[in-house]
Design a protein around this ligand. Structure first.
Ligand code: ZN
Length: 243
């Protein structure tokens, strides 16, 4: 059975910014979809300006793993949609939060903090060296000890998140900063993977290492059962018979 992956991209920069269109003529979600084409994935693409903000119930309920890229329009995402996505995650839908999605209502709701961080955007970018600090983790499969992104937006510590369950990547930047750029959280039955690299004015979503990380992340957050089984066990059961 293929993994049903929905790539949700806010999609606003691509409408207004020629620089972004230059790197992403098929939008950011298009570059990611192309990069992670794989027989295991059945990929759907959605944006904020699609009907029902891109995620009608029929699609959300048929999604094994949701990818989330947002930046300038976090506040436009309806609280009702955030409620529905949160419940899907608690039932077991996998979630991959990309780059500026750290400040989305969705991520902040799920982790419970503001998820603030330090950042710097230079025209030519900073060199980002992404270190694999947990090479045994499935999300690091097939990666070298580190990989480099020549031009990247600097995301630095302190990153205001709860203690992650797994820390897989730590990035170093040419300005001297460090950042927990790959980490995971479990909420209810659902797994969440945050991955830092991916700014809209740099061609980061064309990088094969980044594709590898995202594909690994999708496989890892995917749960076989997303029907929320045993989550309804709040009822009062009868005592088990004595032995
Ligand atoms: Zn950015």
């Amino acid at each position: 059975m293929p993994i049903k992956v929905t790539i949700w991209n806010e999609g606003r920069h691509e409408q207004t910014d020629a620089d972004v269109r230059h790197h992403y003529p098929d939008r950011i979600d298009g570059a990611i979809a192309t990069g992670i084409r794989h027989v295991d994935f059945e990929i759907r693409r959605a944006t904020l300006d699609d009907p029902e903000q891109g995620l009608p119930d029929a699609l959300l309920n048929d999604t094994d793993v949701l990818l989330w890229w947002g930046h300038v329009a976090h506040d436009e995402v309806s609280d009702g949609l955030i409620d529905r996505i949160q419940q899907r995650v608690l039932q077991g839908m996998g979630l991959v939060i990309l780059h500026s999605g750290h400040h989305s209502k969705l991520f902040r709701r799920l982790v419970g903090t503001n998820a603030n961080l330090a950042w710097r955007e230079l025209p030519e970018g900073d060199l980002e060296r992404v270190w694999v600090v947990n090479p045994a983790h499935p999300i690091a499969e097939g990666l070298p000890p580190y990989f480099e992104i020549e031009g990247s937006e600097m995301y630095g510590e302190p990153f205001d998140i709860p203690q992650p369950d797994d820390l897989i990547f730590i990035s170093w930047f040419s300005g001297g900063e460090v950042f927990r750029s790959g980490c995971t959280f479990q909420r209810g039955r659902g797994r969440i993977f945050f991955f830092g690299p991916g700014h809209e004015t740099f061609p980061i979503y064309h990088d094969p290492h980044v594709h590898r990380v995202i594909a690994n992340g999708i496989r890892w957050v995917r749960q076989k059962h997303t029907d929320g089984r045993r989550l309804d066990n709040w009822h009062r059961p009868d005592p088990l018979p004595a032995r």
